[in-house]
Design a protein around this ligand. Structure first.
Ligand code: NAD
Length: 358
C-alpha cells in the first residue's frame, strides 16, 4: 500500500482546527482509495516564534524537505498586525518557506457550489457553473525585480518588473498541462500593449503553446481580464498570469466563490508542494469550533490531484463536501435566513458529515 508522508505546519489561530479536520478527511479518503498517510508535525508563524524565537525554525524546514507534501493551516496574530515595526513576524516564516522550497507557481481553484451561490456578491445566474483554475507566477516579476529603491532624497521611487524566459516557460507548461486535464482552454493575462516584460511573457506563452495544439489559447490584457472575470466568469477554464496581476485577479476571484472559508491553494515548484487554505488565521473565531474547515479540506483534495495524481480521490472529497451542502448543513460563516438552525454545525461536526459522505 502506498504511504504518503505529510508534513503538518498547523500555525496559528484557526490553523490547527482546520488542519485537524483536513487530516481526518485525508485518513478517511486513504481508507477508501487504499493508501495510508503518516504525519510529521512542526511549527511555523507565531507558534514557532513562541517556541524558538524564529517563525520558521530549521527543524521545520528540514521536515518539509523530507515529506511528500506539506499541509499548512495559517499564520498570524493581532499582536503583530497592530505593530508593523515588529522585527520578527509570523508571515516571514511563510515567505521563507516558499523561497527555500522554490515554490514558483501558486495554484488557486475557484469552485462554486450551487447551494452557496447566494454567498457571492455576483448574481447567481452569472456565477452558476463557473469553475476557474488560476496559475499565478509567485517568485518573479515586480515584487522581486531590482533595483527597488528610492532616489533623489526619497522623492523618486523605483520598482522593477522583470521576467526571464525560463520563468515564464515553466509556469506556462504547468498551466497548459492543467488545461489538458480540464476543458482545454487557457487564458494568459498580461499587459503586452504597454510592458516589455509582458511582451516577453506573451511571446513565450505562444511558443510553449506549440506543444499543446489541442488547447485553445487566448490572451487578455489585465484590465480587460479584471472586467471579464466578473462580467462572465464562466468563459474561463485555466488562467495563467504573472505575480502582481495574479495577486490582484485571484483576490478578485475569491469573491466569486463567496466565503473565504471555501478556497484552497497550492504552491508548487521544484521540490515538495505546499497546500493551504487561502484564508488567514482568523483570530476572532479561533478555538471556538466554528471555523469552516472546507478550504483546508479542499486543500487536501488539491494535494491529492496535484502531488499524488489521484483525481478520483480528489473528486470524491469535493463531491462529499457538495453533498453536505446539498443536505443543508452549514458552518456559521455560510448561514442565511432560511438555514435550519439544527443544520448549523461546528468545525468538528461539519467535518464528520463530510467523512460520512465519503
Ligand atoms: P482572515 O482570513 O484570517 O479573516 C478574515 C475574516 O474571515 C474574519 O472575520 C474571519 O473570522 C473570517 N474567516 C477566515 N477564515 C474563515 C474560516 N475558515 N471560517 C469562517 N470564517 C473565516 O484575515 P485577516 O483577519 O485579515 O487576518 C488575520 C490574520 O491572518 C492576520 O494576522 C493576517 O496577517 C493573517 N493572514 C495569514 C494568511 C496565511 O497564513 N496565508 C493569509 C491572510 C492573512
Amino acid at each position: 500500500m502506498t504511504n504518503y508522508k505529510i508534513g503538518i505546519l498547523a500555525g496559528d489561530g484557526i490553523g490547527p482546527e482546520v488542519v485537524d479536520a483536513a487530516c481526518l478527511v485525508l485518513n478517511a479518503i486513504g481508507e477508501k482509495f487504499n493508501f495510508s498517510v503518516s504525519y510529521q508535525h512542526s511549527y511555523i508563524g507565531h507558534s514557532a516564534i513562541e517556541k524558538t524565537g524564529n517563525p520558521l525554525p530549521d527543524e521545520a524546514l528540514e521536515m518539509c524537505n523530507k515529506v511528500d507534501a506539506i499541509l499548512l493551516g495559517a499564520v498570524g496574530m493581532p499582536m503583530y498586525d497592530n505593530n508593523p515595526s515588529a522585527k520578527v513576524r509570523p508571515e516571514q516564516g511563510l515567505l521563507k518557506l516558499r523561497k527555500e522550497l522554490g515554490l514558483f507557481a501558486n495554484i488557486r481553484p475557484i469552485t462554486i457550489f450551487d447551494e452557496l451561490l447566494f454567498t457571492s456578491s455576483l448574481k447567481p445566474e452569472i456565477l452558476k457553473g463557473a469553475d476557474i483554475l488560476f496559475y499565478r507566477e509567485l517568485t518573479g516579476g515586480i515584487y522581486f525585480g531590482t533595483p527597488r529603491e528610492r532616489q533623489n532624497s526619497g522623492t523618486v521611487a523605483i520598482d522593477t518588473m522583470k521576467y526571464e524566459k525560463y520563468e515564464v516557460e515553466r509556469i506556462t507548461k504547468m498551466a497548459f498541462e492543467a488545461a489538458m486535464r480540464r476543458n482545454k482552454k487557457l487564458t494568459s493575462v498580461d499587459k503586452a500593449n504597454v510592458l516589455e516584460s509582458s511582451r516577453l511573457w506573451r511571446e513565450t506563452v505562444n511558443e510553449v503553446s506549440k506543444d499543446y495544439p489541442e488547447v485553445e489559447l487566448s490572451h487578455l490584457f489585465i484590465d480587460n481580464a479584471a472586467m471579464q472575470l466578473i462580467l462572465n466568469p464562466r468563459q474561463f477554464d485555466v488562467i495563467v498570469t504573472g505575480n502582481m496581476f495574479g495577486d490582484i485577479l485571484t483576490d478578485e476571484a475569491s469573491q466569486i466563490a463567496g466565503s473565504l472559508g471555501l478556497l484552497p491553494s497550492a504552491s508548487v515548484g521544484s521540490k515538495v508542494g505546499l497546500f493551504e487554505p487561502v484564508h488567514g488565521s482568523a483570530p476572532d473565531i479561533a478555538g471556538e469550533n466554528i471555523a469552516n474547515p472546507s478550504a483546508a479540506i479542499m486543500s487536501v483534495a488539491l494535494m491529492l490531484e496535484t502531488s499524488f495524481n489521484n483525481k478520483l480521490a480528489s473528486d470524491s472529497i469535493k463531491n462529499a463536501i457538495a453533498k453536505v451542502f446539498k443536505l443543508g448543513f452549514r458552518t456559521a460563516d455560510l448561514v442565511e435566513a432560511e438555514t435550519d438552525k439544527n443544520h448549523i454545525l461546528g468545525t468538528k461536526e461539519f467535518t464528520q458529515k463530510i467523512i460520512e459522505q465519503l
